[in-house]
Write a protein that binds this ligand. Structure first.
Ligand SMILES: *[C@@H]1O[C@H](CO)[C@@H](O)[C@H](O)[C@H]1NC(C)=O
Ligand SMILES: *[C@@H]1O[C@H](CO)[C@@H](O)[C@H](O)[C@H]1NC(C)=O
Length: 541
């Protein structure tokens, strides 16, 4: 549901951007890095302008000073003063006028030069800023970031590594917090709106007098009316719905004292795995897994292990797969360090220039861009890589999965994705044919069969956030550069396993790169027999 909520936020905005075929910035760090370079060029131009302007203004200033000094003390009846005044109004004046003109010209030139530079390169638009605001709201929500620290640019990492802290060079102003709060408000995220308005309030107290970005008078009425609305929505409609969300308990103390908001009546979270989950429930599992909470019983986790195997492939005899079993059912493994450092860099180099806003399949079969998948991606066929690296890795995909990958019917081209601030992919399955019987590619898809297995290599470490999680299986996979997450989407009989529903958690800090290869069912009939029972599943490598 929140996915739908957040989704609705910027779908319109993103669609508008994509409709004009200009690419947004916020959805990939790769694009944001380019933008830093662009801003630097503009700042260099401004700096040159400032130097020249400073020089011109110096002449004007000394003219002004000279006149003021004369007025302060001397008499125009003095012949020297008379001479100096006439000099000022003739020779000096010409210089002043020249300098003013030069400065006007310089201003024009700078505007033209920056304009020309920007015309050739897209700059961010309002939609990008909205996207970034939504990303902050979502990050705060998913990772329960401390609202005393976040506006100061301070965040702590999540994950298996020792906790790290990240401090931004600059902090959010009171006006920034107000802006983000208004955003949350207009999306019906009343709980988040209140937190951001409160942050705006204490930020403004900290701002030096004379440099206050938003006043108490501006913020307080918003906060008060949002709290009122929050409580009345909660009382009348409950804490969550299609297009609103509140805290579980009213802000108003008197209201909060009511019986129905007392602890035993409030739902306590209990994981429900290996069964269908309602949307809100799935979101709750997703967020907890993203934060690294463990949802499986110790008994289920005790059944997991690591092993080495060549998976019956001559290619892997000398360097066997380092398999870490993350889940037995569905079978999900991490294949550690299967792709080399050099290959990882080559993947990024090949994909960089081709990245475009990710689209995913809408229920009606069309591919659309939306906030449910915030990343940029590129498809790269093996034969478009002159170095032969992709073909080599494809052979490794085949060897490590035990599946045929050597033609278009057996496996798709590598898809490389780069996630930006708050970049994520909401929960979905990779197999899709049950849901989309008649998409634009239906004929081809019927022929090649559904996506039997997913082979996904992480092309970067992610310092904070960005895990891959399976809400129904209760699994969190932390990105590890060069390692591969592999799982079976279909059982041996070719039926989709909905416990493989998975999602990409928002990136909290860093840049996340992955590449996927999807392996299809129909071409595997020689190597992967259907199994003895209808429910038999593959559990290799
Ligand atoms: C403005 O400056 C440019 C280059 O600095 C020069 O070519 C041009 O003649 C100037 N125009 C005027 C009106 O001074
Ligand atoms: C948030 O951070 C502040 C300052 O570091 C700390 O005092 C406070 O206890 C933290 N709040 C929570 C809920 O952890």
């Amino acid at each position: 549901m929140w996915s739908a909520l957040y989704g609705a936020l910027v779908v319109a905005a993103v669609t508008a951007v994509c409709g004009g075929y200009s690419e947004d910035f916020f959805s990939s760090t790769s694009r944001l890095e380019q933008l830093v370079g662009q801003e630097e060029v503009v700042v260099d131009k401004l700096e040159r302008y400032l130097e020249e302007a400073y020089h011109s203004l110096e002449t004007v200033r000394s003219y002004v000073t000279s006149f003021r000094e004369m007025r302060a003390g001397s008499s125009i009846h003095h012949p020297v003063e008379a001479f100096l005044m006439l000099r000022r109004l003739t020779v000096d004046w010409d210089i002043v006028e020249d300098d003013l003109r030069r400065q006007a010209n310089q201003t024009q030139e700078t505007l033209r030069s920056i304009g020309g530079f920007r015309a050739d390169r897209p700059f961010p638009e309002a939609d990008d800023l909205h996207g970034a605001a939504v990303a902050l709201i979502r990050l705060q929500d998913t990772y329960q970031l401390n609202m005393t620290q976040l506006p100061r640019g301070h965040i702590a990492s999540f994950g298996p590594e020792p906790a790290a802290e990240f401090q931004s060079a600059q902090e959010l102003t009171a006006r920034d917090c107000l802006f983000i709060g208004r955003h949350a408000f207009s999306r019906g995220l009343y709980d988040a709106a209140i937190e951001w308005f409160e942050a705006a309030l204490w930020r403004t107290e900290e701002e030096p007098e004379g440099a206050v970005t938003a006043t108490r008078d501006e913020i307080e009425p918003l906060l008060t009316s949002t709290i009122k609305l929050h409580d009345s929505v909660l009382e009348e409609q409950g804490p969550r719905g299609e297009d609103w969300r509140t805290n579980p308990v009213p802000i108003d103390r008197r209201l909060a004292e009511q019986e129905r908001y007392q602890p035993p009546r409030l739902a306590v979270f209990r994981p429900r795995l290996h069964q269908p989950q309602a949307e809100a429930e799935e979101e709750e599992h997703y967020q907890r897994l993203c934060r690294g909470e463990r949802l499986r019983s110790p008994a289920e986790e005790a059944d997991l292990s690591c092993h080495l195997t060549s998976n019956d492939s001559p290619l892997l005899l000398l360097s066997p797969l380092r398999v870490e079993v993350l889940s037995r059912q569905p079978y999900i493994v991490m294949l550690h360090q299967l792709v080399t450092e050099t290959e990882v860099s080559q993947f990024q180099e090949l994909a960089g220039p081709r990245l475009a806003t990710s689209r995913h399949r809408h229920p009606d079969g069309e591919f659309v861009a939306s906030m449910s998948r915030i990343s940029k991606n590129a498809w790269i066929p093996d034969d478009e890589d002159p170095t032969g690296m992709l073909a080599r890795v494809t052979r490794r995909v085949a060897a490590s999965s035990g599946l045929k990958c050597d033609n278009d019917m057996a496996a798709e081209a590598f898809q490389v994705a780069n996630y930006g601030i708050g970049g994520l992919y909401v929960t979905h399955t990779d197999h899709h044919m049950a849901e989309v019987p008649r998409g634009p590619h239906a004929h081809w898809e019927t022929m090649i069969g559904d996506r039997l297995a997913t082979w996904m290599v992480y092309l970067s470490d992610v310092p904070a956030g960005g895990a891959t999680v399976f809400p129904r299986a209760g699994v969190t996979v932390w990105p590890e550069r060069g390692s591969v997450a592999f799982w079976w989407n279909l059982n041996a009989a070719g039926k989709g396993d909905d416990d493989t529903r998975h999602a990409a958690c928002p990136v909290l800090h860093g840049s996340k790169w992955v590449s996927n290869k999807w392996i299809h069912y129909n071409e595997q009939f020689r190597t992967k027999p259907c199994g003895l029972t209808p429910d038999a599943i593959h559990q290799t490598p």
